[in-house]
Ligand binder design. Structure first.
Ligand SMILES: [Zn+2]
Length: 202
């Protein structure tokens, strides 16, 4: 979490952290600001993003919630929305990009519907609209989180996988999830020799 004195400060930090100050990240900053304001004075909250796109980085830059500390949950719902909620009672506030409020902001609307034509001029106009619109394109609703989100993720007993030998949650069985078929990697093949050390066959 980083403290910013201005929006331009945030843009600069966003460029270093995220690679660019993307429109989603800029709108995300306003969403986090509105959510924090709506939550009042509390530090003990978690965040949930309904898309992997941009929003998780806005949350990680502007709140103490990160994926690594378990306080940021990311769901692939495809909606440009985020929620801050209290862990004790699951009460929270959900902020979403409200299409009904984008009528006066044509570039933001086109961006939201992924209907951009592309080009530098359009990007500049979009950034200008985002800065001017601020939180006016957002809406907030109260939400009650499901119980499953109201517990800190705890590590249970671990055991060595009988295939790879690496520690993994014992509750998943003798094989770790990767060895049980969920590995993201293609199966390992023994490396072929790079060159013949013997005589040439030519
Ligand atoms: Zn394994």
């Amino acid at each position: 979490m980083i403290s910013f004195t201005s929006f331009d400060d945030f843009i600069e930090e966003a460029r270093m952290f995220h690679g660019s100050a993307s429109p989603g990240l800029m709108i995300g900053a306003s969403m986090v600001e509105l959510a924090l304001h709506s939550m009042g004075r509390t530090k003990n909250y978690h965040a949930l993003c309904e898309t992997e796109r941009d929003l998780p980085d806005a949350v990680q830059l502007l709140t103490p919630c990160t994926t690594g500390n378990g306080r940021l949950h990311v769901l692939s719902l495809g909606r440009f929305a985020m929620t801050l909620f209290r862990l004790q009672n699951g009460k929270g506030v959900r902020i979403y990009l409200d299409l009904g409020k984008t009528a006066g902001w044509p570039h933001i609307r086109r961006w939201a519907l992924q209907n951009m034509e592309g080009g530098e001029k359009e990007q500049i106009r979009l950034e200008h609209e985002i800065r001017k619109a601020g939180i006016s394109i957002l809406s907030a609703t109260s939400v009650q989180m499901r119980t499953v989100f109201m517990h800190e993720a705890a590590l249970g007993p671990m055991s060595a996988c009988i295939s790879c030998g690496e520690p993994h949650p014992a509750s998943t069985g003798q094989l770790c999830r990767a060895c049980a078929g969920q590995s993201p990697y293609v199966p390992y093949l023994p490396a072929a020799p790079l060159f013949n050390s013997g005589r040439s066959s030519l």
